[in-house]
Design a protein around this ligand. Structure first.
Ligand SMILES: [Zn+2]
Length: 118
């Protein structure tokens, strides 16, 4: 473990961070995380709740799972997904929302200098 637990100290660790953030870089995957915050879901539940195709949901779930964000358990023939680290994941999203709130303020105060990327 790194001495400062918020500093990645090896390339491998940075790669893991990138994998984690890549898995979060999709609105539907963030939506899946929000549903899993409420409790365990099967892929079929997520298909219902998100209104997406089953193959799409399965791909998103696999991505989140590869990043270590999801845990699963089987019950009979059904696989249930939960957040592997519920508290940490909620904190991560909360931090993201705080960054967005404060960057809104920055955009407002530096609007004249901003360039359009549209
Ligand atoms: Zn749901």
């Amino acid at each position: 473990m790194a001495i400062n637990n918020h500093v990645a100290d090896s390339h491998t660790e940075l790669e893991s961070w990138a994998t984690l953030f890549k898995s979060l870089s999709d609105p539907h995957r963030l939506q899946i995380i929000q549903h899993l915050q409420l409790g365990e879901h099967r892929v079929a539940d997520l298909v219902d709740h998100l209104g997406l195709a089953q193959s799409t949901v399965s791909t998103h779930v696999a991505s989140l799972r590869n990043a270590g964000l999801l845990a699963s358990h089987t019950h009979g023939r059904a696989t249930y997904y939960t957040l592997a680290h519920p508290q940490e994941t909620v904190q991560l999203l909360k931090a993201a929302s705080e960054v967005l709130t404060s960057s809104d303020t920055c955009i407002e105060s530096s609007q004249q200098q901003s360039t359009s990327h549209a």
